[in-house]
Design a protein around this ligand. Sequence first.
Ligand code: NAD
Length: 512
Amino acid sequence: MLTLEQTQKTAEKLRSMGTYGHFINGEWVNGHSGKTIDLYDPTTRKVLGSIQAGDPSDVARAVDAAHAAFPAWSASSALERQRLLLALGEVMRKRQLDYAVMDVLNNGKPIREAMGHTGHAADIFDYYAGAAHQLKGEVLDQKDATVIVHREAIGVVAQIIPWNSQMTMAALKLAPALAAGCTVVLKPAETVCLAVLEFIKDAAGIIPPGVINVVTGYGADVGEALVTNPKVRKVSFTGSRDTGAKIIQYASVNIIPQTMELGGKSANIICEDADLEAAAESVVLSTVANKGEICFAGTRTFVHKNIREAFLDTLARQLANVRQGDPLDPATQIGPQSSSIQFDRVKAYIELGRKEGAKVAIGGEAAKVPGFEDGLFIQPTIFTDVDHDMRIAQEEIFGPVTTILEWEDEAELLARVNDNIFGLGGGVWTQNLARAHRISRGMETGIVWINRYYNIRSGQPLGGYKQSGFGRDNCLDTVLDYTLQKSVVINLAEGPLGLFGAAAAPGAGAHH
Ligand code: NAD
């Protein structure tokens, strides 16, 4: 069992993190501009360390390195790729506590979650280590032709990730691309990325130079140069809808394919026959996990009218037990928001909800945590009396704020659930199997969890419908999306076709 003393001791060792360079061609280098960006601890608002403020010339250097490394890496065997991926998983596990503490310090997530996320990141490398062997071509056997369908690595890929879950995001992007034989330029978020950089530092010795490159910096300074570089053949992005829309435009410059994992406003549907304790627990979990900074969060809870009061009582009782405080404390269940931008944004949404006429049933204020007066804490907040059209019921808040809506009729429920630009996650709580299937199939969303929210499984496709994006992470299809198919058609009916006076060979004209 992890103790506060242990995590505090680790934090002391790691609190002054210094300045990280870009990681290009196996080396740590300073950025061309010489400018750096400070990264903060949202629990104390003190500076933790700094990163390079990259610019287009840093990007060009990283892309060139990835491009030079591509021929050898794409020609490597599945075994070689498997070994690298397993080794990356090992590196992740070896200093799991250190990375988790760095994530706590930089992001504010509670240590119990950070340990889980870091362990999950290691598992993602293990999963894709196996997937490396599943990359196979195909043969179409026909009477007069054999078609060999090769799967070839697409080339250099740009990967851009957000700040909410840096380790799992990095693993979800890097692992399938490496398994496919691609080389990578990764751009982590400028506010939270120290644990990823430390992980790459530890892994540097086993990464063939140029296979993974990391360029840090502001999105606007680095992103366009990266995605529009003619040597980049695909972009995989996780982040907000609006940034995603920009990246799709950049990708149109050289017509490169995109994977887009964007925002959400997921519906968690509680039916009349639900296990109320378990369903309420899922709503608490969804509100507080990672302080609500999770794209899949079930921020629209639809409760059946007949159980509304009982459900709200259960919810209030469970929420009262949530421990908010020092994220280094293994007992803590909710820490501070990741940054002051995020803190202000969530507070503004809570104010907006009040103005729109919704009722703050629980929370609704910045939270005071003794000893951490500068911390960016917000109370877990539940809105009731919420109308479907209110902005707090339609827009992604990305904080510990859940709206409660009521429903009675299933068809009308589904119409409201689907009347949203997003379609990422979702939950259904019922003992009735037919109803569970009916509702889940009726939801326009990429994931539905029945009777347990956030039940994420190895190999399960993760991704959205509608403006939550397209493409899937966390599964074998992700690897395929880093490849292109090439059809080599071998003609078995030899000789001329007989079109221009040449004597046709028997059967030469038959082709389908
Ligand atoms: P963001 O879009 O602001 O930033 C994401 C990344 O994009 C960062 O690295 C940022 O520097 C970069 N970026 C910003 N502007 C850019 C530009 N013009 N060109 C290229 N890159 C640019 O998102 P965020 O606030 O960091 O993350 C929160 C969002 O991410 C939420 O909307 C959340 O739902 C979403 N998210 C989605 C998933 C998923 O799997 N669908 C997972 C986690 C987070």
